[in-house]
Write a new protein. Structure first.
Ligand SMILES: Cc1ncc(COP(=O)(O)O)c(C=O)c1O
Length: 389
């Protein structure tokens, strides 16, 4: 019998909850009030998250990207302001800053964790810096204690991009609650993903929550229809998804735990591969959310092909640093360099980690990576070049 294909993006993520989803579509779709956005289910979903995070407010909106825009706009970040963002990460980190008229300033990352390096952030703070926007990425939370400290010392607004890190906890404090505002994304592959688009803003500042709530629905106050207090956006939340996510929240810790166990297993198996050019992420559970499991590999493209030949999907998050993307290159500082981000972009590879992988499948993936490492001549991981001390 040939082993089944293990795609990187699982095709059956919502299979176990399909009956509930179909029931909700019918109930809400045929409900007497015909309310499909921003109704009682959205309000209850927001309340549930607010209480579980002990936040001042949680505002559901159209996506994680939109959540970042709403926060930046709500904080009054705009033309003439600079926002420090990681040089390695997803496009919304830079695009949302540019979208509100401000300038992203790209800070290099730490070699092993691949999240933004607080020392690099601090070097970039200047008179125009208005906010810091660190992101948790792959399985790592950013160093929030250090970043919160530097934001406080320099009087900067702190926005925590926790789009991928819902459920992670660092030193007892949940992801999303470290900054003045945090965001989560529910796009399907995220740790609390759903079959559609959506996100939330989590905030400790009630006034910012009010501003975001107004901005998400064209500047209306939620009481008087078609009365617009300010220019806003269409970034509303879907009632069916809100009801579905409430149902699924009780099952979320078990799925996170399964992801963490798979990661623990991979990391233990790969611990001895550093001399063969394969470096797993740091071991441990604090400040970790196993949204994707990324390792560094000196011969990344060969490993990707090797896995594909064995029916195992993998993915490159991200093939180049943000300031090297055509979309953002013109906005990057002239002469600036991001050697650690370049190093990661050439070596990073994500392995499948969805919770319903069986133990045998997880073992098969780990075996394939170890067999690759043994098959090649010793080729230790290179160091990034030109890193300032
Ligand atoms: C770190 C990070 N921030 C923001 C986003 C944007 O979230 P969304 O896809 O819901 O717009 C994503 C996901 O794509 C992400 O990975």
């Amino acid at each position: 019998m040939t082993a089944r294909e293990l795609p990187f993006f699982a095709r059956d993520l919502f299979e176990a909850d399909k009956a509930v989803l179909l029931r909700l579509i019918k109930e809400i779709g045929t409900g007497a009030d015909q309310r499909f956005i921003l109704g009682e289910h959205t309000a209850a979903f927001e309340r549930m998250l607010r209480e579980s995070l002990d936040a001042a407010d949680v505002v559901a909106c159209g996506s994680g990207t939109s959540a970042l825009t709403l926060v930046l706009h709500g904080m009054g970040v705009g033309a003439g302001d600079e926002v420090i963002v990681p040089a390695f990460g997803c496009a919304p980190l830079a695009a949302t800053v540019l979208g509100v008229g401000a300038t992203p300033v790209f800070a290099d990352i730490s070699r092993h964790t691949m999240v933004v390096d607080p020392a690099r952030i601090e070097e970039l703070i200047g008179p125009r810096t208005k906010a810091v926007l660190p992101a948790h990425l792959f399985s790592m939370m950013a160093d929030m204690p250090a970043i919160a400290d530097l934001a406080a010392r320099h009087g900067l607004r702190l926005v925590e991009d926790s789009a991928v890190a819902q459920g992670a906890v660092l030193r007892g404090r949940p992801a999303g609650t470290w900054g003045e505002a945090g965001v989560f994304s529910f796009v399907q592959v995220k740790s609390f993903g759903m079959p559609g688009e959506g996100g939330v803003v989590v905030t400790a500042n009630p006034a910012l929550g009010d501003a975001v709530r107004m901005l998400r629905n064209h500047g209306q106050d939620g009481v008087h229809r078609f009365v617009h207090h300010r220019i806003g956006y269409n970034s509303r939340f879907d009632e069916i998804q809100a009801a579905f996510q409430q149902y699924r929240y009780a099952l979320f810790p078990a799925r996170l735990e399964r992801r963490a166990r798979i990661a623990d297993y991979y990391t233990a198996r790969f611990a001895e591969l550093a001399d063969a050019g394969v470096l797993p992420p740091p071991a441990g559970r604090d400040g970790r959310c196993y949204y994707v499991y990324c390792l560094l590999c000196e011969r990344r493209d060969e490993l990707k092909d090797w896995l594909a030949e064995r029916g195992i999907g993998s993915h490159v998050y991200y093939p180049r640093p943000l300031p090297r993307q055509a979309a953002f290159v013109a906005h990057a500082r002239q002469g600036a360099r991001w050697p650690v981000a370049e190093h990661a972009a050439a070596r990073i590879l994500a392995l499948p980690i969805y919770p319903h992988l069986t133990d045998a499948e997880v073992e098969r993936i780990a075996d394939a990576v170890c067999a690759f490492a043994r098959s090649t001549a010793s080729n230790a991981l290179a160091e990034p070049e030109g890193v300032p001390s």
